[in-house]
Design a protein around this ligand. Structure first.
Ligand code: FES
Length: 159
């Protein structure tokens, strides 16, 4: 299904792109993806094609950039997004247990959203809290030294 941006978001994207050289428009991809995701809450495949078209770049390269950054999502999100750091320090300190706990608790796979639409589970690369491993982010907030029990408490507070 083709998608279209609101005139406001399209104008915002064009303003962003205008700040970059004409022969290097793709350098604007991150702020443009943020603008698109702000409108829809995620960046669907057709939205990604639209971004690539605006930036005059191959859709596959746009997809490669988007998939590198954990803050962009390909599917609609739950009310809250839990990102579990899956880089070395956190893995060594129990991040895998947190992921397994969440998969079981929410009955989802990574990048899945719970049936009630409340929680999306995602993995992230280092979120700059290695001293407090394992670390997670729920929405825009960082939490350190997590255990499955502490995670349950946090989720109950947000539920
Ligand atoms: S390795 Fe997890 S926060 Fe850095």
């Amino acid at each position: 299904m083709p998608v279209e941006l609101t005139p406001e978001t399209r104008a915002q994207c064009e303003a962003i792109i205008s700040r970059y050289p004409d022969d290097w428009k793709e350098a604007a991809i991150l702020p443009v993806l943020h603008a698109v995701q702000k409108e829809w809450g995620y960046v669907p495949m057709d939205g990604l094609k639209l971004v690539a078209e605006m930036l005059e770049m191959p859709p596959a390269r746009a997809a490669g950039v988007m998939s590198f950054y954990p803050m962009f999502f390909k599917a609609p999100l739950g009310q809250h997004v839990i990102q579990v750091c899956s880089t070395l320090s956190c893995v060594l300190c129990g991040a895998k247990d947190l992921v397994e706990h969440l998969k079981e608790k929410l009955q989802v796979d990574v990048e899945g959203t719970s049936a009630d639409g409340k929680w999306t589970l995602a993995k992230a690369e280092c979120i700059a809290a290695c001293e407090g491993a394992p670390a997670i982010r729920i929405d825009d907030k960082l939490y350190r030294d997590l255990s499955p029990d502490r995670l349950d408490e946090l989720m109950a507070e947000l539920d």
